[in-house]
Design a protein around this ligand. Structure first.
Ligand code: ADP
Ligand code: MG
Length: 404
């Protein structure tokens, strides 16, 4: 089995320079940070290291400067927001005179290094750039799971140059993902929703071989229903992917994975909030001028019964067009059931995906899931079963004699 070292393995760091790869790529509006979620997720690692008197050097990218130093993509502008969430002073270190600036830091001090992407070699995983970063530190800690799907100098090559450890946020994410799909308690259910099958083909193919129940919702369910001969009217559907959808259903059957498609749906003739044409019907009763915008209540009840038999749930993608009322009903209802089962210790629930997180927040249950990943692309690649380069670089293969 594979494992990784954590801050517990780091030992005495007093006076040592620890390079911590974090995700500071926060959204900005009018020169201010508009969502500080990513900044807050770095706090456990950064405060722990600073409290142990390490010299904490934060390494991160910001925007897409493509190797050109640009004032509007300088991490300098993040410093005030970071100081505010951290409640401690934070220094800023430019790529000029950086070695001297680092040498002047005292134990327990925290500094943000300038945008790693001001070096063109960062995104090329250039060992020379990794070496330049590595020269500033004694240890490397990666706490940015959300950047781990990219093999970049600050996420991959550097982990081979310094003793490398997972930070607390990375550790929590990897532990949760391992529990959900690596070595889960069975039965396992997966909910896959969202707009299109085409964006999640690899997710579906990976999951059918690993989960006991695959619950398909959202626009992608329409493609599967259409492939099975259901007339979905003017629903969003990728009719050209019919054969692919049938292949996935076949693969599921061979693997003993039960696929759940909705048998009742919420439809409307126009896509608008609470449209007058709104109705619930059986999937075989959709009119030519109607579109499916949510999973129906009878199907949600059946899905709730499925979740009650499961020990593990992994969820990506909303079941309906949740941004527009009342097409969030199925997503909210099933999310509330999953949250209640989780709180009752009957279910381990892991969810991720930009819209999925927004939908769970809308349902008010994000905190009641076992783990909600905000990692976006990295979470999806993990759902596809891909090895993430930033994680692989932290991972050591433990070989015991029994394994040989
Ligand atoms: P995530 O960001 O969590 O990975 P996706 O981006 O794949 O999720 O999908 C979310 C989008 O899918 C939402 O914008 C939602 O409105 C849309 N969607 C879900 N169901 C439907 C549907 N039946 N018809 C049209 N759009 C849908
Ligand atoms: Mg999305």
């Amino acid at each position: 089995m594979t494992s990784f070292k954590t801050l517990d393995d780091l030992g005495d760091v007093a006076g040592k320079r620890v390079l911590v790869r974090v995700d500071l790529n926060v959204p900005m509006a009018d020169g201010a940070v508009s969502d500080d979620t990513r900044l807050r997720s770095t706090l456990p690692t950064v405060t722990e290291l600073a409290d142990k008197d390490a010299i904490v050097l934060l390494l991160a990218h910001f925007g897409r400067p493509k190797g050109e130093p640009r004032a509007d993509m300088s991490l300098r502008q993040i410093v005030p927001a970071y100081e505010a969430v951290l409640g401690r002073p934070v220094r800023f270190i430019d790529w000029e005179g950086d070695a001297e600036a680092v040498a002047a830091l005292a134990p327990g001090e925290i500094a943000i290094l300038e945008n790693s992407r001001f070096f063109g070699g960062e995104e090329k995983n250039d060992p020379a750039v990794a070496g330049r970063f590595a020269g500033l530190g004694d240890f490397y800690v990666n706490d940015a799971f959300s950047a781990a799907h990219r093999a970049h100098a600050s996420t991959e090559a550097i982990a081979r140059l310094l003793p490398a450890f997972a930070g607390r946020a990375m550790e929590a994410e990897l532990t949760a993902l391992e529990k959900a799909l690596g070595a889960p308690e069975r039965p396992v259910a997966a909910v896959v929703g969202g707009a299109k099958v085409s964006t999640k083909l690899d997710v579906l193919r990976h999951l059918v071989a690993r989960v006991d129940h695959l619950i398909i919702g959202g626009g992608m369910a329409n493609t599967f229903l259409a492939a099975r001969g259901v007339d979905v009217g003017k629903s969003l559907a990728e009719h050209e992917l019919g054969a692919t959808a049938l292949e996935i259903l076949d693969a599921a059957e061979r693997a003993g994975c039960t696929v759940h498609l909705p048998y009742d749906v919420v439809v409307a003739k126009e896509f608008a909030p609470n449209p007058p044409s709104l109705r619930t019907c059986n999937v075989h009763e959709i009119a030519a001028d109607e579109m499916i915008l949510d999973v129906g209540p009878a199907a949600v009840e059946a899905l709730a019964d499925v979740l009650k038999t499961c020990r593990t749930l992994v969820w990506n993608g909303p079941l309906g067009a949740f941004e527009t009322p009342p097409f969030d009903a199925a997503t909210v209802a099933l999310a509330c059931i999953a949250a209640a089962l989780t709180q009752g210790n009957d279910l381990v629930s892991v969810a991720g995906g930009g819209d999925t997180v927004a939908a769970l927040n809308q349902a008010g249950v994000a905190d009641d899931f076992s783990f909600v990943s905000t990692a976006g692309g990295a979470f999806l690649e993990w759902m596809e079963g891909k090895e993430l380069p930033g994680v692989a670089a932290l991972t050591t293969v433990n070989q015991t004699s029994e394994d040989e």
